[in-house]
Design a protein around this ligand. Structure first.
Ligand SMILES: C=C1C[C@]23C[C@@]1(O)CC[C@H]2[C@@]12CCC[C@@](C)(C(=O)O1)[C@H]2[C@@H]3C(=O)O
Ligand SMILES: O=C(O)CCC(=O)C(=O)O
Ligand SMILES: [Fe+2]
Length: 361
């Protein structure tokens, strides 16, 4: 029986062609395998996030964690967007920079070096394409490196004599992200009225977590390419650092894709599927994607905060309401998502409408 996140993915192996990334450095034109039928012109580039924290239809709010009203603002942002940006988050800025530097150090290696840490078919960690690759007809202009717990096994394959530097930074970052995730989760559970007493795993070492280093090389034909295809995160919440290069876009019903341009010293928080289920779809789980450009490489570092694998994800239902989803374990949900991606929430819905997630109902 699976007890860790890695083990939960073992039952859902991927073909190697959905794992081995292209050697992007050898392409001057976009190969057909990476040319997407639809261009990225459905983006509302004039819209952006508002520095003062705003809750109208057009901007992704920035919330100061030290603001006495932060909890209320987080609740509103999760309801309206399923995402927000966080200022004064308490993560040391030099650590964020160092982790980004380590990501650059890894991704700038020649392909023949990087593939030494290739994710195995049934594996969850290491170098490779995004797990969602098999659901799309074309490949993404993207490389990833996934870490669950200590990355030492994978890092040793790359830097046999010098793996410690990479591991120390990543482990330190994981600890800091865990603490921030706990803080935000406690605020969110408070908003939802979910008992802390029954969720003692928050604040213990019983949670599951993963770090994903993302690399989007500059691309010869960015309008036809896709950095990361539209998806929602499986996690309870995701904390994302993006380098100073735009590319992330969040889908807003009735508006389209809204860019989230980088703001110095802010981290982005996404509501994941698990929180969407727990909140009985009061909180959206934002559909998001990444577009690429032809000038600069882009990097991002995502931390996925996930409850223990055997945790029962059970919608918290206000009085006089009905649960919109059946209860299931994290492991079962991961399995359903691995087979159905965007259809996973509809499959566990107790209602007939599909795509409840996007409608935020
Ligand atoms: C915990 C996880 C979330 C993730 C799958 C993973 O096991 C580690 C990689 C994560 C990632 C990063 C890129 C986008 C994404 C959809 C993917 O393909 O791999 C997410 C996964 C997810 O949220 O389901
Ligand atoms: O690169 C980004 O900005 C987003 C990455 C992302 O969505 C993910 O890792 O799940
Ligand atoms: Fe994501």
């Amino acid at each position: 029986m699976a007890t860790t996140l890695s083990e939960a993915y073992r039952d859902h192996p991927l073909h190697l062609h959905h794992i081995i990334p292209l050697d992007f450095s050898s392409f001057r034109t976009l190969p057909d395998s990476h040319a997407w039928p639809q261009s990225n012109d459905d983006c509302n580039d004039h819209l952006t996030s508002n520095i003062n924290g705003c809750f109208d239809e057009s901007c992704i709010p920035i919330i100061d964690l030290n603001d006495p009203n932060a909890m209320e603002q987080i609740g509103l942002a999760c309801e309206k967007w399923g995402a927000f940006q966080l200022r004064n988050h308490g993560i040391p800025l030099n650590l964020i920079e160092e982790v980004e530097e380590e990501a650059k150090r890894f991704f700038s290696l020649p392909s023949k070096e990087k593939v030494k840490a290739l994710r195995s078919s049934g594996g969850a960690t290491g170098y490779g394409r995004a797990r969602i690759s098999p659901f799309f007809p074309k490949y993404m202009w993207h490389e990833g490196f996934t870490i669950m717990g200590s990355p030492s096994n994978d890092a040793k394959k790359i830097w046999p004599n010098d793996y410690k530097r990479f591991c120390d930074k990543m482990e330190n970052y994981e600890n800091q992200m865990k603490m921030l995730s706990e803080k935000v989760t406690k605020m969110i559970f408070n908003i939802l009225g979910i008992s802390q007493q029954e969720n003692k795993w928050v604040g213990s070492n019983n949670h599951c977590g993963a770090i994903q280093l993302n690399f989007y090389p500059s691309c010869p034909d960015p309008n036809k390419a896709m950095g990361l295809a539209p998806h929602t995160d499986t996690s309870l919440l995701t904390i994302l650092h993006q380098s100073q290069t735009s590319g992330l876009q969040i889908f807003k019903e009735g508006v389209g894709y809204v860019p989230v341009h980088p703001h110095p010293n802010t981290l982005i928080v996404h509501t994941g599927d698990i929180l969407h289920i727990l909140s009985n779809s009061r909180f959206r789980c934002a559909l998001h994607r990444v577009v690429v450009n032809n000038v600069k490489n882009r990097y991002s570092v995502a931390y996925f905060y996930v409850p223990p694998i055997d945790y029962l994800v059970q919608p918290f239902v206000p009085t006089n309401s009905l649960p919109r989803f059946r209860s299931l374990s994290v492991k079962e949900y991961i399995g359903i998502k691995a087979k159905n991606l965007g259809g996973a929430l509809s499959l566990i819905s107790t209602f007939l409408d599909d795509d409840l997630c996007q409608q935020g109902k």
